[in-house]
Design a protein around this ligand. Structure first.
Ligand code: ATP
Ligand code: MG
Length: 563
């Protein structure tokens, strides 16, 4: 029961966050109840008609037929209108959840989001949101059905209290079955979603690594893995449906037995003159509805369990939103240019327990280029990841203008620090957007940097020049061109700190020269950290730092302190 209560609270908390139009929901719910109540009068009218036939009262038959017809027309019109509203609202709720989830994922600190399976994130946005929005209406239906169950019960008591008593004996039995099977379905559902997440990750990775699969001709192996994944998922699904099916059969048998007992009792009451034939028919109809809701509950049980799992997953993502928003930097510091970065006793151990840094100290100052060198795996990328807040698991201090890095919000830091990572990525959007990333950057600035990076000529010869969409009609850039686009992306934002990770690995000598000249220029007013294996020839003095033995050391102990 605790689980149900927890889900209930989570459901309402998430609903509150989602900004769902409450008035529309109330309207739909009221119409659903109205139309249901109307349809509940049917058995009573029908019972009266049978009694009219028995007593040969033409008037009773006529009036009850008329009432039935009127009720039918009104409830059909109400249902039609309501269904239309439900469809509209359910789409908007689904969109709302998807948007909230996508936004929460984007807002989540990278250090957290990169640990989550990509497949799970896709499933969170796609399937969990759909399941979540559908339960909103299933829950409304459940409210309506419960009301109709209570009304049926009132009619049943009104017709025959003894028969009602026999009918409701089933309730505790069905309820126990419902709770027990719910637990089983839920555990299967958790296993199923885990499998589905890893299947989505498998698909995601297969498509990203398609080139390697083809080059090494391992398509068959991948196909086998695909087949195994799909079969495992199907098996889990079948197990889940089996539990559901067995529950339905058990509830069906219990209901059938009670039904027969009821009929025998009803016949006895009719023979004793304590019940009319018409009212027995009406009672039967009401008790069918009453039991129908119990059956519906058992069918819904699987869905409710599925939702409960989705709900937690959605809740986990939506709730984590706040983690990335710690901000203590005072307003003055927000607008100050970064003059120095002081690293004191920095230690960093990866999730897989690899100790990358141990008690290392180094300072970086404005107007300098720092060349970060070190063997592969020594920690160059890790240092840049920490400084850009992509990784936040470290001990020691990193002071930016004297304020701890952890106190800077991601938003504040991103405006001051540009990072060109080792893996270069272009989105399927226009070249201009690929450089601006929808930030407020004048086209002139984009053109200027592209001219300096030897990209302008290439771009203006494309069909839509800077508005040409990448990957559209097979358009893509070469490795070195992509690297230069990513470099341009960092330059146009004009930050205080530049973090460059192996940005010239795919660039030819002539273009490297251009990149180095730009780096020299920007370093006049910024801190530049350049991780590389190359021996660059700069025209300005630079400071070499080596990363080894879990430390970052510089060849100058007291660095040029230009403050
Ligand atoms: N996402 C990660 N999760 C766990 N461990 C990681 C992760 N990224 C890097 N590491 C580990 O951290 C250590 C430092 O890696 P890092 O990428 O910083 O090295 P690097 O100096 O940039 O190497 P390279 O010159 O090859 O780019 C390595 O031992 C690596 O295995
Ligand atoms: Mg690296």
């Amino acid at each position: 029961m605790k689980d149900y209560k927890k889900d209930f609270v989570l459901f309402f908390n998430t609903i509150k966050k989602l900004n769902i139009p409450k008035r529309a929901i109330l309207l739909i719910l009221s119409i659903m109840i109205m139309s249901n109540v109307l349809s509940l009068a049917f058995p009573l009218f029908f019972g009266n008609i049978i009694n009219g036939i028995v007593s040969k009262s033409f008037y009773t038959i006529k009036m009850n037929l008329l009432y039935m017809f009127l009720c039918f027309v009104v409830s059909t019109v109400l249902d039609y209108k309501n269904q239309k509203m439900i469809i509209k609202l359910s789409y908007s709720v689904e969109l709302n959840i998807k948007e909230e989830l996508f936004n929460s994922i984007l807002e989540m600190p990278y250090s957290r989001v990169y640990k989550i399976d990509k497949g799970r994130l896709v499933n969170n946005i796609e399937s969990d949101s759909t399941i979540f929005s559908s339960i909103l209406f299933d829950n409304m239906n459940l409210v309506v059905q419960t009301i109709s169950m209570i009304i049926s019960l009132i009619f049943m008591v009104y017709i025959s209290p003894i028969l009602t008593l026999v009918t409701i004996v089933t309730f505790p039995i069905t309820f126990m079955i419902y709770i027990y099977s719910g637990r089983m379905i839920k555990s299967k559902e958790i296993e199923y979603t885990k499998m589905h997440d890893s299947f989505m990750s498998f698909l995601y990775e297969s498509l990203s690594g398609l080139k390697s699969i083809k080059i090494f001709k391992v398509e068959n192996k991948w196909n086998e893995m695909f087949r195994k994944n799909v079969m495992d998922i199907n098996e889990k699904n079948i197990e889940k449906f089996n539990v559901q099916l067995v529950t339905q059969v058990i509830i069906g048998v219990v209901t059938f037995l009670i039904n027969n007992l009821n009929i025998i009792l009803a016949i006895y009451l009719i023979f004793n003159g304590r019940l009319s034939l018409g009212m027995m028919t009406a009672f039967n109809e009401y008790s069918d509805r009453f039991k129908g809701v119990l059956l519906l509950l058992s069918k819904l049980n699987s869905k409710i369990q599925q939702v409960s799992v989705s709900l937690r997953r959605v809740g986990e993502i939506v709730d984590s939103e706040s983690i990335g928003k710690i901000e203590n930097v005072n307003d003055k510091e927000r607008y100050n240019k970064i003059e120095k970065i002081e690293i004191k006793n920095l230690s960093h151990t990866t999730q897989s327990s690899i100790e990358v840094f141990k008690d290392t100290n180094i300072n970086f100052y404005k107007n300098n280029i720092y060349l970060i060198k070190g063997a592969s795996g020594s920690g160059k990328t890790s240092l840049l990841n920490i400084l850009s807040k992509l990784i936040d698991e470290y001990t020691g201090e990193i002071l930016i203008n004297g304020i701890e890095l952890k106190c800077y919000s991601e938003e504040n830091l991103r405006n001051k620090v540009s990072y060109v990572t080792q893996d270069h990525y272009m989105f399927s959007i226009s070249i201009r957007e690929n450089i601006s990333l929808y930030r407020d950057v004048p086209l002139e600035d984009i053109e200027n940097i592209c001219k300096r990076l030897n990209l302008h000529e290439l771009i203006i010869n494309l069909p839509n020049q800077y508005d040409t969409v990448i990957n559209d009609e097979g358009l893509n850039f070469s490795g070195g061109q992509i690297q230069r686009v990513c470099f341009a992306r960092a330059i146009v934002s004009n930050p205080d700190v530049y973090l460059f990770d192996e940005i010239t690995s795919a660039i030819d000598q002539k273009n490297i020269e251009d990149v180095l000249r730009i780096i020299e220029e920007i370093s006049a007013n910024a801190i530049v950290l350049l991780a590389t294996h190359e021996n660059f020839k700069f025209n300005v003095p630079i400071i070499e730092c080596s990363v080894m033995n879990k430390r970052i050391e510089t060849n100058e102990l007291n660095l040029l302190q230009n403050v």
